[in-house]
Design a protein around this ligand. Structure first.
Ligand code: ATP
Ligand code: MG
Length: 363
C-alpha cells in the first residue's frame, strides 16, 4: 500500500493543506521545529489512532483552535481507502474508513499499515518493562484483532479484581467472589501469553538474521512471562500455571491490594552476545538492537497481512553510521518510505518536500 494524499487541518503547527506523495522514498526536509515530526505523527495517528510520541489527542489540536481533522487516501493492491480522523477539544472523536464511522480503535487497526522508526525506539531497550509491554501489545494488536480484545477484557477484569481485593480487606466474606474474577483473568491472560510467546519467537528469528548481517552479533529474546515457563507451552498448561500462581500469590495480593502476577507484569529481555542489552550494551549496540527490532516488526507485519506496510523514519538517518544507513535503505527498498531530515543532502529520494513553518512544499 502507499499513501497518495494527505489533508491536514489544524493539526499541530501544520498549515491547512493537501499534500500528494510519491510511491517510493519521500524525503521531508527542513530546519528544526518546522513540523517534520508532526507530519509523520499525522500519518501515524490515522494508522494507530494515537500519537507515536505519547501525546494526548487533545495536544494535537493547533494552539488556539478547538478541533483538528486529518484525512488520507491510500492505494492498495486492490482498491483505495480513505481514512479520516477528527477530534474536538470537548473530547468528541470521529474516525471513518471509506466514509463509515468506526466504533473503536481496534476497528481502525490494520487499515493503514505503518512502522515508525524514531530515536525514541531506544526506550524500548533502555526503559522499564511497561515500555516493552506497550510496544509488544501494539505490534500484536495490529495483526491480531483477538489479541486486543483479550487484552482489553483482561484489563477490565484486572481493575475489578483489584477493587475486590480492597473490598475483601473490609469484609473477608467477599473472598469467595474472587473465584469468578480469577477464572476470567486466567482465561484472557493465558490467551495473551500464548500470543506474546508466538510473536516474540517470530521476532527473535528475524532479529537473529538482522543482527548477524549488521554487526555479526548474536541475539536472543527471552520472554519473562508470569507463569515461569521457559519454552513454548500450550494454552492448557499456561492456564494451569497461571491459576497456581494466582493462588500462591493471594496473600501478597491481599497485602498490597493489587494483583501481583499476570500479563500486566510481564517483560521481555533482549540478550545481545550473551548479555542483557538493557544493562550491558553500549549506546550504539542498543541503537542497532532497536533498529533490528523495528525491522523485525516490519517483516512480521508484511508477512501476516500480505500487504506492503509504509515506513516512517523520523530523524533516524542522522543517528546511524554509513553502513547502517545503507543497510536499512536496502532493506526498505520497494516500500513507500517517509524520511525526515534537516537537510536533503546525502539522501536519495523519489520526491522531496521542504517544510517551513508548517507549510509543506513539493519540489
Ligand atoms: P526537529 O528537527 O527539531 O525534530 P520538527 O520539524 O520535527 O523539528 P516538530 O516536532 O514537527 O518539529 O514541531 C514543530 C513545531 O510544532 C514545534 O515548534 C512545536 O512547538 C509546534 N507544535 C507542537 N504542538 C503544537 C500544537 N498543538 N499547535 C501548534 N504548534 C505546535
Ligand atoms: Mg522532529
Amino acid at each position: 500500500m502507499y499513501v497518495k494524499e494527505l489533508f491536514l487541518d489544524n493539526f499541530r503547527n501544520l498549515q491547512k493543506q493537501r499534500i500528494e506523495f510519491c510511491e517510493g522514498i519521500n524525503i521531508i526536509y527542513g530546519l528544526n521545529a518546522q513540523g517534520k515530526s508532526n507530519l509523520l505523527e499525522s500519518i501515524r495517528i490515522l494508522s494507530m489512532g494515537r500519537s507515536f510520541r505519547g501525546s494526548r489527542t487533545s495536544e494535537l489540536i493547533r494552539f488556539g483552535e478547538d478541533y483538528f481533522y486529518v484525512r488520507i487516501f491510500i492505494k492498495l493492491q486492490e482498491g483505495d481507502k480513505r481514512i479520516e480522523f477528527g477530534y474536538r477539544s470537548n473530547g468528541n472523536k470521529v474516525i471513518k474508513v471509506n466514509g463509515n464511522k468506526i466504533k473503536s480503535i481496534s476497528d481502525l487497526l490494520g487499515h493503514l499499515l505503518t512502522v515508525i522508526f524514531s530515536p525514541e525506539d531506544l526506550n524500548i531497550i533502555k526503559e522499564g518493562p511497561s515500555y516493552r509491554r506497550k510496544y509488544l501489545d501494539s505490534c500484536i494488536s495490529v495483526i491480531d484483532k483477538n489479541y486486543l480484545y483479550n487484552l482489553m477484557q483482561y484489563n477490565k477484569v484486572l481493575v475489578n479484581r483489584n477493587k475486590l481485593l480492597k473490598d475483601i480487606k473490609e469484609d473477608r466474606s467477599k473472598k469467595s467472589l474472587l473465584e469468578i474474577f480469577d477464572e476470567q483473568l486466567i482465561g484472557y491472560g493465558s490467551k495473551i501469553i500464548v500470543m506474546r510467546q508466538n510473536y516474540l519467537k517470530n521476532m527473535e528469528s528475524y532479529m537473529k538474521s538482522f543482527l548477524r548481517e549488521i554487526s555479526n552479533e548474536k541475539v536472543e529474546i527471552i520472554y519473562i512471562n508470569s507463569v515461569g515457563l521457559k519454552e513454548a507451552f500450550e494454552e492448557a498448561i499456561i492456564k494451569k500455571r497461571l491459576k497456581e500462581r494466582l493462588e500462591k500469590n493471594l496473600d501478597l495480593d491481599l497485602k498490597f491490594l493489587t494483583t501481583q502476577t499476570g500479563p500486566h507484569r510481564e517483560d521481555f529481555k533482549i540478550i545481545i552476545n550473551g548479555y542483557d542489552s538493557r544493562i550491558y550494551s553500549s549506546q550504539g549496540q542498543q541503537r542497532t538492537g532497536a533498529l533490528c527490532l523495528k525491522l523485525s516488526e516490519f517483516e512480521i507485519l508484511k508477512k501476516e497481512t500480505g500487504e506492503k506496510p509504509i515506513l516512517l523514519l523520523d530523524d533516524v538517518m542522522s543517528e546511524l553510521d554509513e553502513n547502517r544507513k545503507k543497510y536499512i535503505l536496502r532493506k526498505l527498498e520497494g516500500f513507500q518510505t517517509f524520511i525526515t531530515h534537516t537537510t536533503k543532502k546525502d539522501l536519495i529520494g523519489d520526491c522531496y518536500f521542504n517544510i517551513f513553518s508548517g507549510i509543506v512544499t513539493k519540489e
